[in-house]
Design a protein around this ligand. Structure first.
Ligand code: NAI
Length: 301
């Protein structure tokens, strides 16, 4: 960032978006290459100004994102906010959710944290009521909250099965149901659920998780068929191995083995998943429903 000082950039900023936002956007859009060169800088700046002048894809849309306090959900919330959406950070971890909402507000949109356990119908009803009081219509629901309780099937306890199914699958059913009540009245809405490559491939040690993520696909297609007539689109995104705290903890040897199964040869990033979610949330995807976008570097095709 040496070549372009804050003062220099601010001279060109004609919007309420702060320098932090732009700087953040640089890194997330990977405009700075490994040598620290800014070859694409001017092109990016041009695109940025075009965006703030009216071509952002989710301007004034309202998004409800579960599990958005950290990880992929946080990235989705930040990405949607950069595209002009107001976003509720709905998470069981309220401290981190509040911290994320504070960061997002700096992007010049409305954002707030809502505490909920997605497996509780009561929490969800309250959360959507808070959402509509604060923001109004629910335009986009992202079912992202998810957990793992990995072990081989013969050792898997019933409570490990129930916990994963309750949060990953029942949570998506309950949140979708509540959102559909509101979206149906508006006669428009987008529901995007985060599945996983293991829904399609299976994975030793993840009977509960892969079943929950496969269940999401059937649920998504059914919602798509039942509510297309009300203008509601339902789609899923199925990420492969995504660089997160979880994959960071693996040894280099294990990571190298995992990469061999990926034709593109690298792990994905939270931004790769975010890009697919933003596309599905936007008007560009209005003719797409009941589909799955695979974001996995080719490991399943
Ligand atoms: P993460 O563990 O970093 O974040 C999950 C978030 O969900 C956390 O903020 C957590 O507090 C929240 N959460 C957990 N239980 C909840 C509940 N009962 N109610 C509300 N919020 C709850 O996970 P990550 O890696 O960001 O994953 C996000 C989604 O993407 C999950 O559905 C996961 O299954 C899916 N996914 C992740 C992949 C990866 O490689 N990280 C690959 C494929 C899918």
């Amino acid at each position: 960032m040496k070549a372009f000082s804050k003062a220099w950039i601010n001279k060109f900023l004609i919007t309420p978006v702060s320098f932090n936002t732009l700087s953040d956007a640089f890194t997330s859009h990977r405009m700075i290459n490994k040598n620290g060169k800014y070859s694409d800088f001017l092109l990016y700046l041009l695109q940025y100004f075009l965006n703030v002048e009216g071509t952002v894809r989710l301007k004034d849309r309202n998004g409800f994102i579960t599990g958005a306090a950290q990880g992929i959900g946080r990235s989705i919330a930040m990405g949607m906010a950069r595209e002009g959406a107001n976003v509720a950070i709905a998470d069981i971890n309220i401290e981190s959710a509040e911290e994320t909402a504070r960061e997002i507000k700096k992007l010049g949109v409305n954002s707030f944290a809502i505490k909920l356990d997605v497996s509780s119908q009561e929490d969800i009803a309250k959360a959507f009521s808070t959402f509509t009081e604060k923001l109004g219509p629910v335009d986009i629901l992202v079912n992202n909250a998810g957990i793992t309780r990995d072990t081989l099937l013969m050792r898997m306890k019933e409570e490990d099965w129930d916990a994963v199914i309750n949060i990953n699958l029942k949570g998506t059913f309950l949140c979708s149901k509540e959102a559909i009540k509101l979206m149906a009245k508006q006669r428009q809405g987008k529901i995007i659920s985060i599945s996983s490559v293991v829904a399609f491939m299976g994975n030793p040690g993840q009977a509960n998780y892969s079943a929950s993520k496969a269940g999401l696909i059937g649920l998504t297609k059914t919602i798509a068929k039942e509510y297309a007539g009300r203008g509601i689109r339902a789609n899923a995104v199925a990420p492969g191995f995504i660089q997160t705290a979880m994959t960071e903890a693996l040894s280099d040897k294990v990571k190298d083995e995992m990469k061999k199964a990926i034709p593109l040869g690298t792990f994905g990033t939270a931004e790769d998943v975010t890009n697919a979610v933003i596309f599905l949330s936007s008007a560009e995807a209005d003719y797409i429903t009941g589909q799955v976008i695979h974001v996995n570097g080719g490991m399943y095709m």
